[in-house]
Ligand binder design. Structure first.
Ligand SMILES: [Zn+2]
Ligand SMILES: [Zn+2]
Ligand SMILES: [Zn+2]
Length: 251
């Protein structure tokens, strides 16, 4: 299984519009430091699954027939905004799996075009060609699923954003399931009070310590966390990596 981080940014992205902090200034000068909407591509053999659809150039990145399915974590705009353009295409329908959310986002359900929405249920695995995904409830301001993803070789990876901490059943599932690595929401630098909708670094490190996988990729990163990383010579435990757009993991 191969996972490519196509986007590792929070809703505002890096550089943040109008911000002249050093992280945003650096990202404006050097595209390597940009963070696009949080998205990952998971590939195993011929199977290609897009985790979230916040990139606004999906029609250019993915020619017709190149995606097996799109799997959504939730319906916040930074995770679905790319669908608003894609839906009006012609050709074969694209399956879009999502958590049960009666609202969705704007008129996506009503005017779905070639998107074929399919609702998932928590902890009920779905097989998409040669990948099996188990939806894991997360703690966020909208119905949100992370995913435990396994390929036919038994390789395991989990994708856990957007969330502030983990619900006990999700934590118990992951402790038992033992993914080799996972991607985890880390939107903010350490906060003085407990964050509500996203992990800060303190919460993310606590989750990493509890589940103890070989590698944790921090994603959904906001400019304040990038700024904090620039200003602190923080040494992470060896298994913690701050993901960048374009990073590839062979699981
Ligand atoms: Zn988000
Ligand atoms: Zn900034
Ligand atoms: Zn969100």
């Amino acid at each position: 299984m191969r996972v490519t981080f196509l986007g590792t940014g929070d809703a505002g992205g890096v550089p943040l519009y109008g911000c002249d902090c050093s992280a945003c200034t650096r990202a404006r000068a050097d595209a390597d430091f940009r963070r696009r909407p949080c998205t990952a591509l998971v590939e195993a053999g011929d199977t290609r699954i897009l985790l979230d659809a916040g990139l606004t150039d999906l029609t250019e990145r993915f020619p017709p027939g190149s995606l097996s399915a799109i799997v959504l974590t939730h319906f916040h705009p930074d995770h679905v905004q790319g669908l608003f353009h894609l839906r009006w295409g012609i050709g074969k329908n694209i399956p879009v799996y999502s958590p049960p959310d009666s609202e969705g986002c704007a008129d996506l359900y009503k005017n779905h075009g070639l998107l074929e929405f399919r609702r998932l249920s928590k902890f009920e695995p779905v097989t998409i060609n040669n990948l099996v995904l188990t939806p894991l409830p997360l703690i966020h301001s909208k119905a949100t699923f992370g995913y435990a993803i396994e390929d036919t070789d038994g390789q395991r990876f989990a994708y856990l954003t957007d969330t502030a901490g983990l619900p006990p059943r999700t934590e118990a599932f992951l402790k038992n399931w033992r993914p080799a690595s996972f991607a985890l929401d880390c939107s903010y630098p350490p906060q003085s009070s407990l964050p509500r909708n996203h992990n800060d670094l303190t919460l993310a490190l606590a989750i990493a310590e509890t589940l103890a996988p070989a590698k944790v990729w921090l994603t959904h990163v906001g400019h304040e966390f990038d700024l904090w990383l620039n200003n602190n010579s923080h040494v992470f435990p060896r298994q913690i990596v701050v993901a960048c757009d374009g990073d590839v993991i062979d699981v």
